[in-house]
Design a protein around this ligand. Sequence first.
Ligand SMILES: [Zn+2]
Length: 290
Amino acid sequence: MVEPRDPEASLPEHRLLTQDDPPPVQVLRADGRSDLLLVVDHAGRAVPAALGRLGLPESEFERHIAWDIGALGIGLHLSALLDAALIAQAYSRLVIDCNRRPGHATSIAPRSDGTDIPANVGLDAAACGARIAEIFLPYQDAVAAAIDARAAAGRETVLIAVHSFTPVMAGRVRPWHVGLLTNHDPRLGHALMALLEREGDLVVGDNEPYSLSDLDDYTVPVHGERRGLLHVELEIRQDLIAGESGQRSWAERLARLLPPAVAACRAPGAPPSPLRSAARPAIADPRRSG
Ligand SMILES: [Zn+2]
């Protein structure tokens, strides 16, 4: 008689997460009624117990290099205010950055904003592979599965990636309160920008302080652009949303402005998606390009 195959036998040798580690993906309101799907790539700052603290002092986990300060709070409030599904990553971007193609120079960054990350230096393929397989892919697969399930149910998805940025980077003060990042399809970004500028008290960045690109971003190019979904990547300045009251007021503002911005994109006569037209630009597949 043949012994049943050990179910663990096919798993990679380097298993990273144990039962004591948090699951990599947090999903909230999966059946929320809103067309908006909120994704927070840099929500968390957990580190698998097996990696210690990555060789870093605890103070580094208070900094923007470890996570997007305030972004999860914005996502949670927005999810509640709009009854929108939310998918968030629990692990620090210093373990693996879930908005970078695996293999990208900053996917598992050996250095970030002046800080060396000792546990990210000289990793072999198996160690990198474990972080990809157990943290990056479950998160990205959850986003893909959520969009697939909504499509199968005949539901629209508008992808909203929630990020935050540090007010000072490399000695430069950043004047924007909020930045809207788009690349091949700026429809929702432009519609939301018009509404934010009408608020009268905001400096709004158009692809500032970062721009969205096929090579240096992952979530929006893969799930938003390649599927031709309405999308925008939000960047909110961290000093405005470090505390609960700022997170709430910014979420209330966005909950007030996002639905009319989406409606403007869907209004009769509004331009169609440039990604669904015959002149569709070639978008690199970040998962295959490295
Ligand atoms: Zn981010």
